[in-house]
Design a binder for this molecule. Structure first.
Ligand SMILES: Cc1cc2nc3c(=O)[nH]c(=O)nc-3n(C[C@H](O)[C@H](O)[C@H](O)COP(=O)(O)OP(=O)(O)OC[C@H]3O[C@@H](n4cnc5c(N)ncnc54)[C@H](O)[C@@H]3O)c2cc1C
Length: 313
C-alpha cells in the first residue's frame, strides 16, 4: 500500500503504488492478467544496444514458462509451469458488450493479446488453473520447497546489503525487531522489485552521494541513477453508471455472494475464479502512432482504492 511522493507534474497528487509484501511478491497479489511485453518494446531494447533482448530472443522463454490452451504454436507453449486459461467463456456479459462496441466503432479485435496481433479489443487471458492463481510462487517455489539447498526465511526484512570493499557478501536483516545477518558463499541476488530494489540499494550505500550523505549513509559506490527515472504505466480510472447489471449489482446482495461462492466451490467457475480485469485492449492514442501506446481495462465492476498512510517496510 505504498503511495508515491507528491508528483509535481500531477498537481502534487500522491499516486497509489501497491506492492505484494508476501512470498511471491506482487505476482501473489496481482490481477493475473497474462500479458507479455509487446514485441516492439523488446526490439527497442535490442536497438538500444542490448543484444539478446529482442522479441525473437525472449519468445522461447515466454513459450517455455507457459502451459497455454492453444498448445504448441509459433507464439505459445504447452509444457510450462504457468497455467494459462481463457476468460472468453466466463467473462461478464458487459465485457462482451464492450468488445462488440469497439468493433462497431471500427477498432480491430484480437483473440490473443500474446499472439500475432495484440492491437485491438478483446478478452484477456489469465495466469490461473482451475480458478486458482498460477504464479511463480505456486508453480516454481512450492515444488522446490523440499530441496536441501533451499531455505526460506519468512517475515524477514532485509535492511541493507553488506559489502567487503565493493563486493556484496551478505545481508543485514531483521525479524520482528531481532537483528539477523546472512552471509553469502557465492553471490547476493537482489530481487526486491522496481520500488524496493533501488531503496535497498540506497540504504546499502549505492546511490547519489549527496542524497546518501543527507541520510548519514556511507557511500559504498556512487551510482547517481539509482532511485531515479522510474517510469510506470500511469493509470486513469473512469467510472460510468451502467444501464445493465454489473458485478457490483450481482455481488452486493447476500444471495449474490452465496451464489458466487457456491459457483466457485462446486465448479471453480464464476466471478471468483477470474480477474476483476476481464476485457480491454491495446490502442493507438493517435493514428500517427506506429504502435499502440494505450492499454485499456474494461471492468464489470467498480471499486475504490484504499486510502492509507504511507506504508513502510
Ligand atoms: C495490484 C497489482 C496488480 C497487478 N496486475 C498485474 C496483472 O494483472 N498482470 C501482470 O502481468 N502484472 C500485474 N502486476 C505487475 C506484476 O505483478 C509485477 O510487475 C511483478 O510482480 C514484479 O515482479 P518483481 O519480482 O520485479 O517484484 P515483486 O513481485 O514486487 O517482488 C518483490 C519481492 O521482494 C520482497 N521485498 C521487497 N523489499 C524487501 C526487503 N527489504 N526485504 C525482504 N524482502 C523484500 C517483497 O516482499 C516481494 O516479495 C500487478 C501489480 C500489482 C501491484
Amino acid at each position: 500500500m505504498y503511495y508515491s511522493e507528491p508528483e509535481a507534474q500531477l498537481n502534487n497528487r500522491q499516486l497509489y503504488c501497491p506492492r505484494g509484501k508476501v512470498q511471491g511478491g506482487s505476482g501473489s497479489i496481482n490481477a493475473m492478467i497474462y500479458m507479455r511485453g509487446q514485441p516492439h518494446d523488446f526490439d527497442d531494447w535490442e536497438r538500444a544496444g542490448n543484444r539478446g533482448w529482442g522479441f525473437r530472443d525472449v519468445l522461447p522463454y515466454f513459450k517455455r514458462l507457459e502451459s497455454h490452451p492453444a498448445g504448441d504454436t509459433k507464439y505459445h507453449g504447452s509444457k510450462g509451469k504457468i497455467r494459462i486459461s481463457s476468460m472468453k467463456e466466463g467473462a461478464h456479459a458487459i465485457c462482451r458488450t464492450f468488445v462488440e462496441g469497439a468493433r462497431q466503432t471500427g477498432f480491430p479485435l484480437t483473440g490473443d493479446f500474446n499472439g500475432e496481433h495484440y492491437e485491438g479489443a478483446g478478452i484477456y487471458d489469465l495466469n490461473a488453473r482451475n480458478g486458482e492463481r498460477s504464479s511463480s510462487s505456486f508453480e516454481y517455489l512450492h515444488p522446490a520447497l523440499s530441496r536441501k539447498n533451499l531455505r526460506i526465511e519468512r517475515n524477514v526484512t532485509v535492511r541493507r546489503v553488506l559489502f567487503d570493499g565493493k563486493r556484496a557478501m551478505g545481508v543485514q536483516a531483521s525479524r520482528k525487531g531481532e537483528a539477523l545477518q546472512f552471509r553469502a558463499k557465492r553471490e547476493v541476488i537482489m530481487s526486491a522489485g522496481a520500488v524496493d530494489s533501488p531503496k535497498l540499494m540506497q540504504l546499502s550505500g549505492l546511490g547519489e552521494h549527496a542524497l546518501l550523505a543527507k541520510h548519514g549513509i556511507p557511500v559504498v559506490h556512487e551510482l547517481p541513477a539509482v532511485g531515479k527515472n522510474l517510469q510506470d504505466h500511469l493509470c486513469v480510472s473512469f467510472y460510468y453508471r451502467a444501464t445493465v447489471k454489473t458485478l457490483n449489482d450481482e455481488l452486493r446482495p447476500l444471495f449474490g455472494k452465496v451464489k458466487a461462492a457456491l459457483q466457485y466451490l462446486t465448479a471453480r467457475k464464476g466471478p471468483l475464479s477470474m480477474s476483476v480485469n476481464q476485457s480491454g485492449g491495446f490502442f493507438k492514442g493517435d493514428t500517427a502512432e506506429a504502435e499502440p501506446n494505450l492499454q485499456l481495462y474494461f471492468n464489470p465492476l467498480s471499486y475504490r482504492i484504499p486510502k492509507s498512510s504511507k506504508a513502510q517496510l
